[in-house]
Design a protein around this ligand. Structure first.
Ligand SMILES: Nc1ncnc2c1ncn2[C@@H]1O[C@H](COP(=O)(O)OP(=O)(O)OP(=O)(O)O)[C@@H](O)[C@H]1O
Ligand SMILES: [Mg+2]
Length: 257
């Protein structure tokens, strides 16, 4: 379970201006859920996501994962805690001079896993994303969808219980995006992984999430049960109005036979 209590983030710019990227926010994300952070550009979605694994240092409040407070942890303890949290990004963030296998091994290196164990865990993770046959390929030799699958394998290698996804399918065509969404869904269903996804795309949220919050200018303006969406805010209503009549069949392209 992820618990944010009055978590906030204020950035100070070089010109002395301050930006409240996230106003004090309470949020509980139960284990095993796919949870969405929905909103337009600049709403604070990435900031909120990055506060969950403390890639961003909160300006106030507390962040607890399975009861453990992350704020104030020493570097070593934080590194340990982060092993339970994988992350993937819109632009994949792979190391271009390393093969797929070595990209995945890298996260295990950082986690301090012994050399012989690294290789077998990395191979296992690549198999889970169905890329065993491309382990020697460099990122430039892979398609966007394959790169994202390497990134997912890298995130999975340390066996995290939580996966954070920041616009993970935004750089992909709809067909490839769907194959990644299906993979995420499979990880949630088969491994019980908690998945938190940032998206501005109601289709992605509708397809994948059990609950989501709508963010606007650093505030949670709606909390939505996707099984029975009843948005209260203007922005939430807008999102769900545009989603009316959509089903997986009408919204998302079918997978190739
Ligand atoms: N390192 C930073 N320094 C200063 N301001 C920042 C920094 N990171 C984010 N911000 C500001 O915080 C606000 C929220 O940004 P954030 O990246 O969380 O939005 P977002 O919802 O993820 O947007 P997008 O959909 O465009 O990715 C924005 O006004 C942004 O300019
Ligand atoms: Mg963002």
């Amino acid at each position: 379970m992820i618990e944010l209590n009055q978590v906030s983030k204020r950035f100070e710019t070089a010109s002395g201006k301050s930006i409240d990227a996230l106003l004090p926010t309470d949020l509980t994300i139960p284990s095993g859920q796919v949870f969405g952070l929905l909103g337009f550009s600049g709403a604070g979605k990435s900031t909120l996501l990055r506060l969950i694994n403390r890639l961003e240092e909160p300006s106030g409040g507390s962040v607890r994962i399975d009861g453990q407070e992350l704020v104030g942890l020493s570097d070593g303890a934080l590194r340990q805690a982060r092993q339970r949290v994988g992350m993937i990004f819109q632009q994949f963030n792979l190391l271009s001079h390393r093969s797929a296998l070595h990209n995945v091994e890298f996260s295990l290196e950082v986690a301090g896993v012994a050399r012989d164990e690294r290789r077998s865990l990395a191979r296992e993770a690549l198999a889970a994303v169905r890329l065993s046959d491309r382990e020697d390929a460099y990122p430039a030799q892979l398609s966007g969808g394959q790169r994202q699958r390497v990134a997912i394998a890298r995130a999975l290698a340390t066996s995290p219980t939580i996966l954070l996804c920041d616009e993970a399918t935004s750089a992909l065509d709809p067909h490839t995006a769907l194959s990644i969404l299906r993979l995420l869904q499979q990880l949630n269903r088969e491994r019980g992984m908690t998945i938190v996804i940032v998206t501005h795309d109601i289709k992605v949220a509708s397809y994948l999430c059990q609950h989501c919050v709508v963010l606007e200018r650093g505030r949670v303006v709606d909390r939505i049960d996707m099984a029975n969406p009843q948005p209260q805010s203007l922005l939430g209503k807008f999102f769900f109005e545009t989603a009316k009549g959509w089903t997986e069949q009408t919204v998302l392209p079918q997978e190739e036979p």
